[in-house]
Design a protein around this ligand. Structure first.
Ligand SMILES: Cc1cc2nc3c(=O)[nH]c(=O)nc-3n(C[C@H](O)[C@H](O)[C@H](O)COP(=O)(O)O)c2cc1C
Length: 198
């Protein structure tokens, strides 16, 4: 197949990818929700999550000031709300009121979780760096919560020993623009014998 060199819109090459909803608060504890495609774990122990946010976003300054955020994991049924939260700013809208999603108190930080999400990571900012036209916030996970009965345990051990059941949790993935897909349920499991190197 012939390769074509791309010169603009290059980040589409990294799609589809999971979408998360980061919640954050202002100085009066009023919450905002930002839709993020650029979120990733970057350390096991401690568990640290990196999220890249443009300084143009309202949530950027909220997180820079409060030094905390929650990474909430929506499923495909939340796609329309996630897309809306990714097109409108908390400067003008109360996103909990607009989406109808439910505020849920966090266990370890002031920023609330989104009750409808199947998993939530409560994070405290431990570092932030300018990464081109975004700021990458590094959040240490101080509390991790998942809906019961959504994950399976793997018996043969070795990390990861739990995973979300693809029959129960229909993950939300961004395909590009305002289009979303969920994962396929086809699974491939491998048993690598002997020592696992590094
Ligand atoms: C699928 C999707 C993924 C997005 N990912 C990011 C992201 O990783 N970083 C970012 O700064 N903005 C991202 N955005 C844009 C913000 O969500 C959007 O600008 C939002 O309106 C900001 O809200 P705020 O002003 O209340 O913070 C994304 C939008 C969509 C729809």
């Amino acid at each position: 197949m012939k390769r074509v060199e791309m010169t603009d819109g290059l980040d589409f090459i990294m799609l589809p990818r999971p979408v998360v909803l980061a919640t954050c608060i202002d100085e009066n504890k009023k919450p905002d929700i930002i839709t993020l495609g650029w979120a990733s774990p970057v350390s096991h122990k401690p568990l640290i999550v990196a999220i890249a946010i443009s300084p143009k976003r309202y949530s950027h300054d909220l997180i820079a000031k409060s030094k905390e955020f929650v990474v909430n994991f929506p499923d495909i049924t939340m796609a329309e709300g996630a897309n809306w939260c990714g097109r409108k700013s908390g400067r003008r809208y109360d996103k909990f009121a607009e989406t109808g999603w439910t505020l849920e108190n966090s266990a370890y930080i002031e920023t609330p979780r989104i009750a409808e999400c199947y998993a939530c990571l409560e994070c405290k900012v431990v570092d932030q760096v300018v990464s081109g036209d975004h700021t990458t916030f590094f959040g240490e996970v101080v509390g991790a919560f998942v809906n019961e009965d959504t994950y399976r345990s793997v018996k043969h051990g070795g990390p990861p020993n739990k995973y979300f059941d693809p029959e129960i949790v229909r993950t939300l993935q961004h395909l590009g623009g305002d289009i979303y897909v969920t994962h396929d349920k086809e699974m491939h499991e491998f048993d690598v014998r002997g020592q696992i190197d590094v």
